[in-house]
Write a protein that binds this ligand. Structure first.
Ligand SMILES: [Ca+2]
Ligand SMILES: [Ca+2]
Ligand SMILES: [Ca+2]
Length: 876
């Protein structure tokens, strides 16, 4: 968003808020607002990639924290991620009546409803309207739900019709089981639960019910009262079915009725004159002495900026001394807050410091030459080896997981699957559906907080490791890896650089795919939804026994080797030549890195590289011919409509062709690196300049990657583009207060920030006279704490005084983290709210580290450390 538009927007909102006092009113961004309370009505609807993302419907941002969401007509007492979600069919904002109306629809049940939210004094009325009665199949199931964030409400009080109680820290409320036939359909007909052959599902019973509930009277920031004259309120604990469940308040819709069938009065308490505490963003890892040091301070729009701030030094004897006092500089508004900056760059003396701004003091941090020395160690020594699949992983006294998926992988049948996967009608292999594909249970890395092997991500992982190895040659050895024992031991050196072992581990699985399947699988993933959401030891996801459909479920064969439980993982094998092409370039790079360490695997990788390259090239050229034909037809089609759309379809076809032309530029460069065949470098050069003309930011990294293979003329030709790139970097200083690309998508934008950081480091390496060293700190600042919402490090990094405490890892049910994890970070919720929960790990879009992203972080960290030293790329 442009800064000028925002200025005007926020200014007008400020005036509006002040003049309207304590009443909840619709503001210019179409949500209800009073100081301390925002009520959003489907500003975010249920259309994320993964069904119920706990991010949608009616939401309440209460004193700056989004503690309530999921307000909608739902079909379950405590909806899980894979229960059906309503589609929003309309949204009407009516300023005159101070109301928002949304239409909701469940296609599966041909069921429509409307929710009308109307400002009513200090609160809102939420009403459900029906034009037709609830369908018979949903009577007693459809209800108005609203969900409350457990970590913000547990241990606080509630009273229902005057009966006192406390929100439980632990989920222990009562449940019943009911026949599966009574369970509303789940996502695509899958089941989230294993009923152990009972044909019954678990249904939580309410903790309380009544007509008026007051929650958190003991906490002014969380207090809210909800009452209903026409319906019974029931309070459930969603964690009974799923650890990521929320507390749910619910009223069933009455059967056989139309019109206004349920209404609630909802009044969130607001603290008079509440102003959010300043959030002082700074690097939790600290600063090197000659680094620019600028804290970005995020301020409530009703909080006037201080004139100065100071840096306080903690001396060796524990006493404190003001080391520096400087003026506050205004940056301006960005979405809902105002931003000012405090520049203390002139302090270079090594020491322990904290920032004091008004009455706010930060935790302490270091200024020292060595603060960044260990920023990749937790990721390489701990996070990555814990995500090695098909291995037993041990750390000291702790087993992270046993050896997973011993029974191997079955050929997936045709399936419109979950986790964005699918298997087409043809297997594209020599295997029949459900047949065991031998040899796939080796090597590879878990995708993220889940345990599948996403082939595309694993290709990136091997490439990231090869790149790290070739550029920085880290000899670090802190991990014991035995492929023979299928055993990994953390913090036990074994004489082999860990990065080589990670390259080997990734390559082992990908080569097995190419050899056994004939091409790359799209993914090796869970067959059933009820073990996809597995939390805990990966080795217990499946029973380790081959599935035998001739046995009954849960029955084990006499020899103990087979079972009737259909839990074996599936290989999704629909052929994608683009993926094969990417694999071919990765195999070429891996074979180069593995030579001299594991020559046999290097040879296998090279063999598959050559075969896949020629097959994929042929397949893609056939497909391109078909696409070109289709483009011709689409132009013809265009002539039957207006000239405009004809032009448009021509443009689209051209851009499609451009994309496919530019797509293999990086691959050609990698192939040149692997083979030194001139044709690949020629192909690269044919494309790179057009690509830079098209988008200098997106293609600068590839252009820089070519420099080691190129000559002085190439450098000279690249210079003006690097100058453009400099303008792109500096553009972020006016785009937002933090000077990095900030993503507004449904998955927070750490990957874009890491890409940016890597490119800036390499641009500084090759063109230090254009891209000054000061720019390399932008990404580090952001990652380690200088960002909106809070100032914790998004990376569980060694050296940070305050890393984030919870991440969405496979141990998320423990409200914990795996060292070295990198959170996606700052998630944007429409229309103006950024957040990163640090007491609730379960929102993947802000807290889930991925294997591709975390290995990308290793490149960033290595490149950044390299530039700090100011030496050419070598050593660690
Ligand atoms: Ca996955
Ligand atoms: Ca090692
Ligand atoms: Ca099994």
């Amino acid at each position: 968003m442009k800064k000028t538009t925002l200025l005007a927007l926020v200014a007008s909102m400020t005036v509006a808020t002040m003049s309207r006092g304590q009443e909840l009113r619709l503001n210019d961004l179409d949500y209800f607002e009073r100081q301390g309370v925002n009520v959003l009505v489907f500003s975010n609807s249920f259309n994320g990639g993964f069904n119920d993302e706990k991010n949608s419907g009616i939401e309440i941002i209460h004193h700056g924290v989004r503690t309530i969401q999921g307000g909608a007509v739902r079909l379950n007492n405590t909806p899980e991620q894979w229960d059906l979600v309503p589609k929003m069919t309309s949204r009407k904002v009516d300023k005159a009546t101070n109301s928002i109306e949304v239409g909701l629809r469940y296609d599966d049940y041909d069921f429509d409803s409307r929710i009308v939210v109307t400002a009513q004094g200090r609160g809102v009325e939420i009403a459900v309207w029906l034009d037709k009665p609830v369908p018979a199949a949903l009577a007693g199931k459809a209800g108005l739900n609203l969900e409350f964030l457990p970590s913000q409400y547990w241990l606080k009080t509630f009273s229902m019709d005057g009966r006192l109680n406390r929100f439980p820290r632990y989920a222990t409320s009562a449940t019943v089981t009911r026949p599966n036939s009574e369970k509303p359909r789940q996502f695509k007909g899958f089941k989230t639960y294993d009923d152990r052959g009972t044909d019954r599902f678990v249904d939580p019973l309410p903790m309380e019910s009544g007509h008026r509930i007051i929650m958190a009277a003991d906490d002014a920031e969380r207090m809210i009262s909800i009452s209903s004259a026409d319906a019974e309120l029931q309070l459930f604990d969603g964690r009974m079915l799923a650890q990521n469940g929320w507390y749910v308040l619910r009223s069933l819709l009455p059967a056989g009725k139309t019109g206004k069938v349920v209404s609630w009065t909802v009044e969130p308490h607001a603290i008079d004159g509440w102003v959010r505490q300043p959030n002082i963003g700074f690097s939790q890892v600290g600063y090197v002495p000659d680094q620019p040091k600028v804290a970005v301070i995020e301020l409530d729009k009703n909080d006037p900026a201080q004139a100065t701030a100071s840096l306080v030094r903690i001396m060796d004897d524990g006493t404190e001394r003001e080391a520096f006092r400087g003026n506050i500089q205004t940056w301006g508004p960005y979405f809902k807050y105002n931003y000012v900056k405090f520049d203390f760059s002139e302090v270079a003396q090594p020491g322990i410091y904290y920032i004091r701004y008004g009455n706010t003091k930060t935790n302490n941090f270091l200024i020292d030459e060595h603060v960044y020395d260990r920023i990749t160690d937790a990721t390489t020594d701990v996070w990555v080896p814990i995500h090695m699949n098909h291995m037993y992983v041990n750390e000291g006294y702790r087993t992270w997981h046993g050896e997973p998926f011993k029974e191997g992988y079955l050929q997936a049948p045709e399936s419109d699957h979950f986790d964005l996967h699918a298997q087409g009608a043809s297997t594209d292999t020599r295997f029949k559906p459900f047949e065991l594909i031998p040899g796939l249970n080796v090597g590879g890395f878990f995708d993220a907080g889940d345990f599948d092997i996403e082939t595309g991500s694993n290709i990136n992982v091997v490439q990231n490791f090869v790149r790290t190895w070739e550029l920085f040659h880290p000899e670090r050895d802190e991990t014991f890896v035995s492929q023979q024992q299928r055993y990994v031991d953390l913090h036990r050196p074994d004489g082999v650089p860990d990065i080589l072992q990670f390259i080997e581990h990734g390559t082992l699985n990908l080569v097995a795919q190419a050899e056994q399947i004939g091409h790359m699988a799209s993914t090796l993933s869970n067959s059933v939804l009820d073990n996809y959401h597995h939390l805990g030891d990966a080795a217990s996801i499946t029973d380790g026994l081959h599935y035998d459909p001739s046995l009954k479920p849960y029955e084990v064969s006499a020899d103990g080797k087979r079972s009737g439980t259909p839990d074996d993982m599936w290989a999704f094998t629909t052929r994608n030549p683009q993926l094969d092409f990417r694999a071919a370039t990765m195999f070429a790079a891996a074979s180069r890195a593995l030579e001299g360490y594991n020559d046999q695997l290097a040879q296998r990788a090279l063999t598959q590289s050559k075969r896949l390259l020629s097959e994929a090239t042929e397949l893609m050229s056939k497909r391109q011919e078909r696409t070109a034909d289709a483009d011709e037809f689409s132009w013809l089609d265009g002539t039957t409509t207006s000239d405009n759309s004809s032009e448009q379809s021509k443009r689209q076809a051209r851009s499609r062709r451009n994309r496919s032309l530019l797509g293999d530029m990086g691959a050609n460069l990698q192939l040149y690196g692997a083979t030194h065949e001139k044709k690949y470098l020629d192909n690269f050069e044919k494309q790179i300049w057009d690509a830079l003309e098209l988008n200098v930011a997106a293609n600068m990294q590839t252009a820089l990657d070519a420099i080691p293979h190129e000559n002085a003329a190439y450098l000279k030709k690249l210079r003006p583009y690097v100058e453009q790139y400099k303008a792109y970097i500096e553009g972020f200083d006016s785009n937002n207060p933090y000077g990095v690309p900030i993503g507004l998508g449904n998955w927070a934008g750490v990957n874009a920030v890491l890409n940016f950081g890597i490119t800036v480091c390499f641009a500084n390496l090759y063109f230090p006279d254009i891209i000054a060293k000061e720019h390399i700190y932008r990404t580090a600042n952001w990652l380690y704490g200088c960002h909106p919402y809070h100032n914790y490090s998004f990376v569980a990094v060694v050296g940070a005084a305050r890393p984030k405490a919870v991440f969405y890892g496979n141990n998320r049910a423990d409200f914990s983290f795996i060292p070295g994890n990198v959170a996606p970070g700052l998630l944007f919720r429409k229309p103006d709210h950024f957040e990163n929960f640090d007491d609730w790990p379960f929102l993947w879009g802000q807290n889930e580290g991925t294997i591709a992203g975390n290995t990308q972080y290793i490149i960033f960290g290595s490149a950044f450390k390299n530039q700090l030293k100011g030496s050419p790329a070598q050593g660690n």
